[in-house]
Design a protein around this ligand. Structure first.
Ligand SMILES: [Zn+2]
Ligand SMILES: [Zn+2]
Length: 764
């Protein structure tokens, strides 16, 4: 065994504290041993012996002595020339681990590519794809020659000319889709020597092959210039809420600010977007301005590509990381700015351990790295708004649309009245499409303009119910009703993906009176196709976007004008900017408004405001029609009036009694297990345990609520109970969380698990 006392070498530390890239809360002390080949500083990767294996860890800090009564082993290797993590990234990881009560090793896995933590999976075999390439010297330049060559082959000519217009090299399926022709057309062209068909490795980075758009030509307006100046003048660590109405040109403000940060000050930046696939236009604009300085981090990257991007950012070869929530851990060198676009989006919250919120991590990282954090939104989260009104964050606003554009006028159609007064032939629409919305859709299409139709519920019908006994067909694994899908005809659980064929009779009473209730996007699509047979309709929801880049493909078609009606779920409400969209229709504003969750109204208000903001972004202006059965609900009323301040005012009243964020801090402890009794017992024990701790430590301002069954009380065959921890201040909650996750003993058996979720985005 090494002797810890003699293992000190030169000026280096004798011992180091190491976090292993494993799901354990503990850190471990190792001796430095013989002269390390490379400096052992915080952030350096090390290889250490652990339970008879070689494990990879990260050095957290140096120590002069080891804890007594522990046999200290020596570090085996320091594999990297440069430490993998900068000092501020080490600090950030420790903060995330503490605040969210997550094992430090799990946090490190967010900050390091899988190839560096030893967690890399073998990379999948590259897939190939068939490419059509114009043959060199095989061209048919003159029209006359073309007329002759393709006299009896009109389709071949179309394919040839399309390929030519696309630059002479394109995936074969693109040609076939656009021309709606069979592969024999391309085969014919190849046989005649005009083109070659070759198999190429699939380019796994779709952003590398997306066309570069031109940098924006507009000059900032006076209000945009003010906002840009505010950002430029911010001091290190400062946070700014950029509150800009939809269409106010927030992206241009980001771009101009980053020009200063990156091009003038020579620093780096992180740009977070809610979901890369849903915001290709935003990503394109950053690439257009900053070109090769941008690394787009997305889930389709292979591990090797992710590692390459990570290294390029760490070394400063690339200066800007653009990505979804996990990009907040990008190793950008000399970080000058962090931009969180659409900061109110729930997708910034990680759904598994560590359950971090990327917006909150951004604020902390900006402080640690001495950079400026910009949180942008048209509908800021109540938390961010509260921080701005308390002057914790600075406030910059873009109160009007650019180019003199006005916010669209919003009309409400009260569907209660429509239903009762409906003539029999209207009733066949089942209250889906009001006369008013149908009329406006028709007029929009006749003018050659585009429309967006939102229904935030996929499938065909919301649920299937027996009209004799009232029974609703539910998922066998979850306490949730099954959704009826028509193509293919299945009943589907949207929680666990359980599927079954729809039965003919009620399982409870045997009557043959099963009825479909409520509507989904599939039904609205069929109805729109019936009412507007000539319209080109695209549907965008979870079911039509199973391919990783299906979203971008649909949106590109809308952008080119190949789609007249874009129908979809909340996916279509985000950052889209199509000037020819002059009408937005909301089929049912009430979806989700009554969910038993304290954020239900906020989400509804944000969704309505965001989707309304897609209308009238061009010179033709636009209008919005919202169908609802609760026109007086404050989420609907304030969205219609473009009244953010009014919404916040009434929403905050609702969140003070009983208190919910932002009036206090919240953590949700969810206990789940296979047996209902055992789950409830464990939740009771957990609540008692925390109550005793709160009492023993005399934690003022902390309260424990529950336990109670979760609103969705069973998911994937697991029963779910929860306990809410409320605290007036964040610090006591951190201490409580640390102690709880380490010390509370979950009983063995019944598959019991305890999940700790700090600052939850939903309590379902
Ligand atoms: Zn029945
Ligand atoms: Zn299910």
């Amino acid at each position: 065994m090494d002797n810890p006392v003699t293992s000190s070498v030169g000026d280096g530390p004798a011992f180091v504290e190491v976090a292993l890239a494993l799901p354990v809360f503990q850190t471990f002390t190792y001796a430095v041993g013989a002269t390390p080949v490379r400096p052992l500083v915080p952030g350096a990767r090390v290889v250490v012996p652990f339970r008879g294996r070689r494990e990879i860890g990260v050095c957290l800090e140096a120590r002069d002595f080891a804890p007594a009564a522990v046999t200290v082993k020596s570090i085996l290797d320091v594999p990297d020339e440069q430490p993998a993590l900068s000092p501020d990234m080490v600090e950030l990881c420790r903060w995330v681990a503490d605040y969210y009560a997550a094992p430090i090793g799990v946090v490190l896995r967010c900050a390091l590519p899988a190839l560096l933590t030893g967690a890399a999976r073998p990379s999948p075999a590259p897939k190939t794809r068939r490419m059509a390439v114009l043959r060199a010297g095989g061209g048919v330049p003159s029209l006359l020659e073309r007329d002759r060559a393709f006299a009896r082959a009109v389709r071949q000519r179309a394919a040839y000319e399309l390929l030519e217009s696309l630059g002479g090299r394109v995936a074969a399926h693109v040609l076939l889709e656009q021309l709606r022709c069979s592969p024999s057309v391309l085969k014919g062209l190849a046989e005649r020597g005009f083109i070659d068909l070759t198999d190429e490795d699939v380019d796994r980075d779709p952003f590398a092959s997306r066309p570069r758009s031109a940098p924006p030509a507009h000059e900032p307006t006076a209000t945009q210039r003010n906002a840009i100046e505010t950002l430029r003048g911010a001091s290190p660590g400062e946070v700014i809420l950029l509150h800009g109405v939809t269409g106010s040109g927030k992206t241009l403000v980001y771009l101009e600010f980053l020009r200063e940060v990156v091009d003038v000050r020579g620093r780096g930046a992180i740009v977070l977007v809610p979901e890369i696939a849903l915001t290709p236009q935003t990503v394109d604009r950053f690439r257009a301005v900053f070109g090769d300085k941008v690394a787009v981090l997305h889930s389709a990257l292979a591990e090797g590509e992710r590692y390459d991007a990570w290294r390029a950012l760490r070394s400063g070869a690339k200066r800007i990381a653009v990505g979804a929530r996990s990009a907040i851990f990008a190793p950008v060198a000399d970080l000058g700015a962090i931009i969180v676009d659409e900061e109110h989006e729930g997708s910034y919250k990680n759904g598994e351990s560590p359950r971090y919120h990327a917006r909150e991590v951004a604020v902390v990282r900006a402080r640690l790295a001495g950079s400026v954090a910009v949180l942008g939104s048209a509908t800021p989260s109540l938390e961010t708004w509260a921080n701005a009104t308390r002057r914790k964050y600075r406030y910059a606003s873009l109160p009007s649309r650019v180019g003199g554009g006005r916010l669209p006028s919003i009309e409400v159609v009260d569907m209660r009245r429509k239903e009762s007064a409906a003539a029999p032939e209207r009733a066949s629409h089942g209250g889906v499409l009001s006369e008013r919305l149908e009329e406006e859709l028709g007029a929009t299409l006749r003018r050659g303009e585009q429309a967006i139709v939102l229904l935030n519920r996929r499938g065909y019908a919301a649920f299937v119910q027996c009209s004799a006994c009232g029974d609703v067909v539910a998922c066998p694994n979850c306490a949730i009703s099954l959704t009826y899908h028509q193509t293919p005809e299945r009943l589907v659980c949207h929680y666990c993906r359980h599927q079954e064929a729809p039965g003919a009779t009620c399982r409870r009473c045997g009557a043959a009176t099963l009825r479909r209730r409520g509507m989904g996007t599939q039904q609205v699509e069929r109805l729109l196709a019936e009412r507007f047979p000539r319209a080109r309709i695209a549907r965008m929801d979870f079911d039509t976007t199973s391919g990783k880049w299906a979203h971008a493909t649909i949106l590109d078609r809308v952008g080119r004008g190949d789609v007249d009606l874009l129908l979809g779920t909340q996916m279509i409400a985000k950052g889209l900017d199509f000037p020819n969209v002059t009408l937005v229709g909301v089929i049912d504003a009430d979806v989700g408004i009554n969910l038993p969750d304290f954020r239900a109204s906020e989400r509804c208000f944000q969704l309505l405001s965001q989707v309304a903001g897609r209308a009238g972004r061009g010179p033709k202006g636009g209008r919005v029609i919202i169908q609802t059965r609760v026109p007086s609900h404050h989420a609907v009323r304030c969205a219609v009036a473009h009244d953010y301040a009014g919404f916040v005012k009434s929403e905050l009243e609702g969140r003070s009694h009983p208190a919910y964020p932002p009036c206090l801090r919240l953590a949700n402890v969810v206990v789940s297990g296979h047996a209902e009794d055992a789950t409830a017992d464990c939740a009771n024990d957990a609540a008692d345990w925390v109550r005793r701790l709160v009492e023993a430590r005399q934690l003022a301002g902390v309260s424990v609520v529950g336990p109670a069954p979760c609103p969705v009380e069973r998911v994937k065959n697991r029963w779910r109970w929860h306990v809410l921890l409320k605290s007036e201040r964040p610090v006591p909650l951190t201490g409580l969380a640390q102690y709880f996750v380490r010390r509370f003993r979950v009983p063995a058996g019944h598959g019991l698990r305890v999940m700790f979720d700090r600052d939850p985005v939903a309590l379902l």
